[in-house]
Design a protein around this ligand. Structure first.
Ligand SMILES: *Cc1c(COP(=O)(O)O)cnc(C)c1O
Length: 808
């Protein structure tokens, strides 16, 4: 047990001598880091052993949160904070002549996600540990050898570089080879009779081993609040490999088999909000699904002896449709391996599954060609066909003659398998991730399902870990808050409301301003050291960080800055502002990469023009990820959340900014609307089209972007400046201009341009009155509590995972 500095030093030195091969004096920072992680991991392991016993004794429900992405961020300092040991460790190490901050730099961030979806899953792991009394939640994912690429900016353009995050081993994960699962691909299915029952035998398949690597997660200051993320890596079945390579001498074939197997956990698809239609992706999805479902069954039988009451004690949650094949996979195990009837198996399956939809963008909705699917997963395909057949039969008899309904909800149609339809039909609950998004699901893409099963539909607005993104990432503010209202807000974020009592406390408000300034200095220093651009921490920090995507409209922001540049050249004065961008574009998404180059070109012009750079500067941050986010979100004055209404299902970046006291400049979309509702008009800059207007204008013929272009001279000017030499580069921006004009601006950049610029000006003027600004900043922090992922997880427990269903 570590209670103080001395006991820590003893434990650290013990661990060091056990796990390192060098004496402390001769070892490098990585070895010192490795020993510290080993110590923390050992402690966490013993907490876990206790927690799992309690979990079994109390017969608590187990929730399997299946996600193709988990963007967990760095663990060392965060775990120590949750254990309340950070100061003890820092001081103890200092006594041993070790600099704790230098050890922190040794850690690699696990890049196992693209953006919001993966980060949400990580926040939910955090909150599932914290809220474990309502049920134990675990993450199940894939241990990609190469996660998301590292982004370099070369000559203003994105260059993708592989990130070998496992090169030194990832110390937080513990392999659990005894819990591996065999996953079967391809082959053929033979039927036979077993008495009077038809059985299905999967033959000539290619086996792949799914080997788990577990990472423990902690809740706050309570060692019973602990769970794990189980990440699977794909490995060949060794016996087969040896037989092939040595007995038959078919070495090349064996090597090819190994390569094919390992490919499954080799790369994370770098697409964000875009479906990856490749066989390997489907393999990954089934690999995760079969490993997770197989593990849950094996574990359950180990604890309870049979599958009795499985649906009472187990829940599976699928994070978007990517793990939707786990629905037919559970059916397969229950029927083919456990000998249940279809009806028994279906009763269990629809009671354990729930599904979160994350997008209505058509290009992100998964559909698999039947031929590809059937060849890869022959038995699973048969089961999906049967689910579909029975579903259509049932609906057909309940709504006779309603062909439209069948057509709109069938799983298999036009030679494709619709994974969203499979997910809705196979789940007891379907939820959207913000109020407006859930409404759109019911009225729009799942309208037909809503008509027949309205009770399935829920909304659970996303949340973020305020422990990571405020308490951990923003120490100056966290300390100030705790001094003012005590520490309970760290467990219960709605306590932040109590801060409103300090709005007239001069001393407090001055400290609030100081905390923000410190965070801005930290970011300015980071930018100067990495990118050599000097920015002024007293300027307004206007920040736009997130994946690059048409619907997120970084282009709208860039055009606004060009317009501002023009105006300042003509004598306009404003509150000095630093525009900060960051985010990765999918490697195949050329238009998004063009926008990165555009932002950097604008930055070149602005930052090198003495006439304007007292007023504005522009920075594009390289390689935005969780660790950088932890520096960026706390430093923001303005949070740019300007997606085309209806397109951003929720957004979570908006919430991280809010917890850190930024004021949102937001379109009428996703969680923006709920943030606006929480703080009111005075403390939020809302602008632009509504979702309903966007959907109405999207109907052919209702919108003509040329009208906006020709009726707004300021807008026409910046659009022309894209291609008239203004940007002083040989890079060709015609494609961006064509998108806005000849392709009719499908994200309504031109339509929202004026409302957006006007809203921005309002905020910029407000910044001149620092007292007023700070009031709004405080208001945002105080009202952010409902956007904690603790609240979201409580709602998942109450509304979905623990909902009483039939006991099967
Ligand atoms: C929170 C987060 C996101 C999601 O941001 P949005 O603004 O909601 O798109 C993406 N990437 C990282 C690294 C994050 O931390």
């Amino acid at each position: 047990m570590i209670q103080d500095k001395e006991s820590f030093k003893k434990a650290y030195l013990d661990t060091f001598s056990r796990v390192e091969s060098n004496p402390l004096e001769l070892s490098n920072n990585w070895e010192k880091y490795h020993a510290l992680v080993s110590l923390v991991k050992e402690m966490m392991n013993s907490y876990w052993v206790n927690a799992v016993k309690t979990n079994i004794e109390k017969d608590q429900r187990r929730i399997y949160y299946l996600s193709m992405e988990f963007l967990i961020g760095k663990m060392l300092a965060y775990n120590l904070m949750n254990l309340g040991l950070e100061n003890i460790v820092r001081e103890g190490l200092a006594d041993l002549n070790i600099n704790y901050d230098e050890l922190l730099l040794q850690e690699e961030e696990a890049p196992l996600g693209n953006g919001g979806l993966g980060r949400l899953a990580a926040c939910y792991l955090d909150s599932m540990a914290q809220e474990k009394d309502a049920g134990y939640g675990f993450g199940f994912g894939i241990r990609y050898k190469y996660g998301l690429f590292t982004q370099k900016i070369v000559d203003g353009c994105q260059v993708e570089v592989p990130d070998p995050w496992l090169k030194d081993g990832y110390v937080w994960a513990t392999p659990k080879p005894d819990r591996m699962i065999t996953v079967k691909f391809k082959g053929n299915v033979r039927t036979a009779m077993d008495g009077n029952r038809i059985i299905f035998i999967h033959e000539n398949y290619e086996p792949v081993l799914a080997v788990p690597h577990d990472i423990l997660f902690l809740g706050y200051m309570d060692t019973s609040k602990i769970n794990y993320l189980r990440l699977y890596s794909a490995e060949p079945v060794m016996q087969d490999f040896d037989l092939l390579s040595f007995n038959q001498g078919e070495f090349a074939k064996a090597a090819a088999y190994r390569a094919e197997v390992e490919a499954i956990s080799n790369i994370l698809y770098p697409e964000d909000q875009n479906q990856a239609g490749r066989e390997l992706r489907l393999k990954q999805e089934y690999f995760l699904s079969a490993a997770s479902v197989g593990d849950s069954i094996a574990y359950y039988k180990m604890i309870y002896g049979s599958l009795d009451k499985f649906a009472k004690r187990v829940a599976f949650h699928i994070n978007d449709t990517h793990p939707a094949v786990s629905i037919p996979e559970l059916m397969r195990i229950l029927i083919d391996e456990e000998g249940m009837s279809w009806e028994e198996a279906w009763e269990i399956t629809v009671n354990v599954f729930s599904y979160t939809n994350h997008t209505i963008l058509p290009e992100a909705l998964e559909c698999w060609p039947v031929d590809l699917f059937r060849a890869l997963l022959p038995r699973i395909y048969m089961i999906i066909e049967e689910i579909d057949r029975r579903y259509l039969q049932d609906i057909g008899s309940r709504y006779p003659g309603d062909e439209e309904l069948l057509r709109k909800t069938a799983i298999i149609a036009d030679g494709r398998i619709n994974m969203a339809h499979l997910s809705v039909i196979g789940s007891r609950s379907v939820n959207g991730v913000s109020r407006i998004h859930s409404q759109i699901l019911k009225e729009n893409i799942f309208g037909a399902f809503y008509k027949i099963t309205p009770e399935k539909f829920h909304n659970i607005t996303n949340g973020v870990s305020h422990r990571r993104f405020l308490h951990y990432a923003n120490q100056p503010l966290s300390d100030l808050i705790s001094q003012a209202i005590g520490v309970e807000w760290i467990n219960q974020a709605t306590e932040l409301d109590k801060l409103l009592a300090f709005s007239n406390d001069r001393g407090f408000m001055e400290q609030l301003a100081k905390a923000k300034y410190k965070n801005k200095e930290r970011l300015a220093k980071y930018i100067f050291e990495r990118q050599g651009v000097a920015i002024d921490p007293s300027s307004m920090f206007d920040i736009h960080v997130k994946r690059l995507h048409g619907y997120k409209r970084q282009l709208l922001n860039a055009l606004k800055i060009m317009d501002l540049y023009n105006a300042i050249k003509e004598g306009k004065t404003i509150q000095p502002t630093t525009f900060i961008f960051g985010g990765k574009a999918a490697s195949s998404y050329q238009r998004a990469k063009d926008v990165i180059k555009l932002i950097n070109s604008v930055a070149q012009i602005v930052n090198n023009d003495k006439q304007v750079n007292d007023y504005i500067r522009v920075v594009f941050l390289e390689n935005f990820n969780v660790s950088l986010g932890e520096i960026v979100y706390p430093a923001a004055d303005v949070s740019e959340q300007i997606s085309t209404a209806s397109k951003e299902a929720s957004g979570t970046g908006c919430m991280k900014f809010m917890f850190n006291g930024a004021i949102t400049l937001g379109s009428r979309d996703g969680a923006n609307l709920e943030i606006h509702e929480a703080v009111g008009d005075e403390h939020f800059a809302l602008f632009g089209l509504t979702a309903a207007q966007v959907m109405e204008l999207s109907v052919a013929g209702r919108y003509n972007s040329w009208d906006e272009y020709s009726s707004t001279p300021r807008l026409k000017r910046v659009i022309d400046q894209l291609v008239d030499g203004f940007l002083q580069t040989t890079y060709d921006f015609h494609s961006i201009r064509n998108g806005l004009l000849w392709e009719n601006d499908c994200f309504f950049v031109l339509k929202d341009f004026m409302p957006y610029t006007v809203a921005w000006e309002g905020l910029n003027q407000k910044y001149a009155d620092q007292d007023q600004w700070l009031q709004s900043s405080l208001y945002n922090i105080a009202k952010a509590g409902i956007f904690s992922s603790d609240r979201a997880i409580k709602e998942y427990h109450q509304l979905i995972w623990n909902r009483k269903g039939p006991v099967v």
